[in-house]
Design a protein around this ligand. Structure first.
Ligand code: 4NP
Length: 156
């Protein structure tokens, strides 16, 4: 099973989602069953470490991040089984690259799996510490929901 998290810059939301997912899979002994990666729709931060505020927030929450920024490629649309977009704009930009049934079947909004109300994982880039923690909380719940989904479908 291969899972790709996608945001705009690939330095705040999606690398944190990748780190949380890897951490949870490891705790569950399921890390060998799922390949997890992240990327951005933009080319703004190729090769960059996650934002220092994201790294700090992840560390405070017991999650380590080692991802380097990269841009979404057309190959990714074939390679991955699940493509989880952080917001509607990321979602629509991906479909703008290729909009066929194969892609529509594997792309979804991350918060489809959240247990609390809300459609998007908000971009924290221009926010403060509380905004980064809110992103962590949303991703933490949503990824729990996503792992339960994979288990309930017998995919892991
Ligand atoms: P992300 O946040 O999409 O969650 O990584 C952003 C990071 C950088 C920029 C925008 C959003 N930027 O405009 O550089």
């Amino acid at each position: 099973m291969k899972v790709l998290f996608v945001c705009l810059g690939n330095i705040c939301r999606s690398p944190l989602a990748e780190g949380i997912m890897k951490h949870k899979l490891k705790m569950l002994g399921l890390d060998s069953k799922v390949m997890v990666d992240s990327c951005g729709t933009s080319n703004y931060h190729i090769g960059d470490l996650p934002d220092s505020r994201t790294r700090q927030n992840a560390k405070r929450n017991g999650v380590s991040l080692d991802h380097r920024g990269r841009q979404l490629s057309m190959d990714d649309l074939n390679h991955f089984d699940f493509i989880l977009a952080m917001d509607r704009s990321n979602h629509d930009n991906i479909l703008g690259l290729r909009n066929d049934k194969a892609v529509r079947d594997k792309i979804m909004l991350m918060r489809k799996f959240d247990t609390e109300e809300g459609e998007e994982v908000p971009d924290p880039y221009y926010g403060g510490e509380d905004d980064f923690q809110e992103v962590f909380n949303i991703l933490n719940r949503s990824i729990d929901g996503f792992i339960i989904h994979l288990q309930s479908k017998g995919l892991i």
